[in-house]
Design a protein around this ligand. Structure first.
Ligand code: ATP
Ligand code: MG
Ligand code: MG
Ligand code: MG
Length: 572
């Protein structure tokens, strides 16, 4: 590709509404543009990276024996009524009517459609196991679309669905998919962890999520420093047996008053990633429905940093306790004694901890401690009874590491993949059967397997960047090699040498961007670094006179001169 004929679309300014680094860099490097909340156009450079992710996903899925299909994005309501999800799915499901008044939805996932297909196409156990996948556009009307393509409303997912005559066969395919996912994320060069996930709501038996480790991740994952144990926080809480209490919790119990010692004990007790920022905010509470905590006191909501005040309000209203009345900005400012958004050390009085998740309580205590808050009026006895400290104990005590090895760490993760044993939930509801060996009708077992293809592009950038921009791994770089010619418009031999190397590298199978623009060298270098091309050659008349090119790897500190003839072999 010649840069002079291409849409570079880089921007100097950091967009003010982009909170995380990948979102900022995807806009600045000209990968995406926003159309509306959660809706993005992929520009040529972004699309090249996205397609490479897709290609790796396809290659490994094909290798696993799965068959690619492509299902419609729009789905008839009837199928969702059959499975029961038309009423269960909630606000993320975008519903619509056609001109005849028939109801449809824009698919957030495809269990119903594939089950309908398979019940019509497959008749015998001999045709099983079968695994169908697609790479396709989904729509979920996310409550809070944010972080660019990381949590979009329209996004690209690879989703696969497997069908089986019995549970053993499902188990086999599940293991194959687990391995396939590891192969995919290895090839993508991501630092990731497969973790056990809670499969409660969807009603399956086994489930694993694949998380890319990044401080901007929206999920907490818990893993042992020494064993293979890893789970998402919901699972860690769900499986932990309650009742016993290890030494550190004992210490908590003994601490009769909510003094500094208690707080320190909890802080030490939890190894929390210090990069996680925590902000606390006071809001006014009204009586809740059950009449509990009805002292109309102040409620401390614990939220991770980087939220604007409005977002905190929206989240609190929607997620925590319905009857909460939010304090106005002025009230908050009066309470905390400084401008909302720049909350400084303050004495928190009567913090009733609404959100009972262990991670949040841990955040609260450690965050408050770290940021110099002094907690007063905490009724630990009552809060213990509320089960909050119990949650903490379950997560951190080692109960949740069944083998008891190592210490448990809690880190932030970006969910990039999710595999799931669905069992017969959909096949029963939709009567998806085959004949078994004895000619008997049996309900099929099902598994489903998702990968956030577009989210992966952002997740990769979260892990691979520096102050100059993106640093792509070779496997998904939009271009692998940049050739920058200096003053080529005035120096024909430089232009010629650039063209020659460009053709050679293309012949050798590289994706090459020849920066032949009439721009200053500094502008070209900055763009190539921002876009994150892993290898760069610079051609200048001075170099040519000495028979050399300059090479610099995107992660290298220094450039080096190499003989022109060696450029090709140098890359291999
Ligand atoms: P999350 O917990 O992030 O909302 P999910 O558990 O709802 O994701 P799944 O139903 O498991 O998502 O979908 C499979 C994959 O699709 C996820 O693992 C994730 O990588 C991706 N994905 C889900 N929602 C989005 C979104 N709004 N934007 C981009 N990718 C998404
Ligand atoms: Mg979701
Ligand atoms: Mg999830
Ligand atoms: Mg999931």
């Amino acid at each position: 590709m010649r840069a002079s004929r291409y849409l570079i679309a880089t921007q100097k300014e950091t967009p003010s509404d982009a909170e995380v680094i990948s979102h900022q860099l995807m806009l600045r490097a000209g990968l995406i543009r926003k159309l509306a909340a959660g809706l993005y156009t992929w520009l040529p450079t972004g699309l090249r990276a996205l397609r490479k992710v897709e290609r790796i996903v396809r290659e490994e899925m094909d290798k696993s024996g799965a068959l690619e299909v492509l299902m419609p994005a729009v789905q008839p309501a009837e199928l969702w009524q059959e499975s029961g999800r038309w009423t269960q799915y909630g606000g993320e499901l975008l519903r619509m009517n056609d001109r005849h008044g028939r109801e449809f939805c824009f698919g957030p996932t495809h269990e119903e459609v594939i089950t309908d297909l398979v019940r019509n196409e497959l008749k015998s156990y001999k045709e099983l196991p079968a695994n169908f996948y697609q790479v396709q556009t989904k729509f979920r009307d996310e409550r809070r679309p944010r972080f660019g393509v990381m949590r979009a409303r329209e996004f690209i997912m690879k989703d696969a669905y497997s069908f089986h005559v019995n549970a053993e066969s499902l188990d086999e395919t599940y293991q194959i998919m687990h391995r396939t996912y590891c192969a995919i994320f290895d090839r993508l060069g991501l630092d990731y962890r497969p973790v056990q996930a809670d499969s409660g709501a969807i009603g399956g038996s086994d489930s694993h999520e694949f998380h890319v480790l990044a401080s901007s991740g929206e999920d907490d994952i818990v893993f042992s420093t020494e064993s293979d144990y890893a789970a998402n926080i919901e699972k860690a809480e769900a499986v932990a047996p309650s009742g016993e209490r290890a030494a550190p919790a004992e210490e908590l119990k003994e601490a009769a008053t909510p003094d500094q010692r208690t707080i320190e004990a909890i802080s030490q007790f939890l190894s929390i990633d210090a990069t996680r920022t925590v902000k606390t905010l006071l809001v006014k509470a009204e009586v809740d429905e059950a009449g509990e905590e009805s002292n109309a006191g102040l409620v401390a909501l614990i939220l991770r940093g980087d939220h604007t005040l409005n977002e905190i309000k929206a989240e609190s209203l929607a997620g925590v306790a319905e009857p909460l009345t939010m304090a106005t900005d002025e009230e908050i400012e009066a309470i905390i004694g400084c401008k909302a958004g720049s909350i400084g050390p303050v004495d928190l009085k009567v913090p009733v901890i609404v959100d009972r998740s262990a991670a949040h309580l841990a955040d609260f205590v450690c965050g408050a401690n770290r940021e110099g808050y002094h907690l007063t009026g905490v009724n630990w006895e009552r809060d213990l009874q509320l089960g909050q400290v119990e949650d903490i104990r379950n997560v951190v005590e080692g109960d949740a590491s069944p083998d008891g090895k190592g210490t448990l760490e809690i880190r932030r993760g970006i969910e990039v993949g999710h595999i799931f044993k669905l069992g017969n939930k959909y096949s029963t509801a939709m009567n998806a059967t085959v004949l078994d060996e004895n000619g008997k009708t049996v309900i099929m077992d099902m598994g489903c397997y998702g990968i956030g293809v577009s989210r992966i592009v952002a997740a990769s950038i979260e892990q691979n960047h520096d102050e100059k921009g993106i640093i792509w791994p070779d496997a998904i770089a939009p271009f692998q090699v940049a050739i920058v010619t200096l003053n080529a418009h005035k120096t024909p031999i430089v232009a010629e040498a650039g063209e020659k190397l460009y053709e050679q590298l293309k012949q050798a199978g590289y994706d090459v961007l020849l920066d032949d623009r009439k721009e200053r060298p500094g502008v070209k270098f900055a763009d190539m670094e921002l876009i994150g091309i892993p290898h760069r050659f610079v051609i200048s008349d001075r170099g040519l006179a000495a028979g050399t090119l300059e090479y610099k790897g995107r992660r290298d500190a220094d450039k080096q001169d190499i003989a022109i003839e060696e450029a090709l072999t140098f890359l291999i």
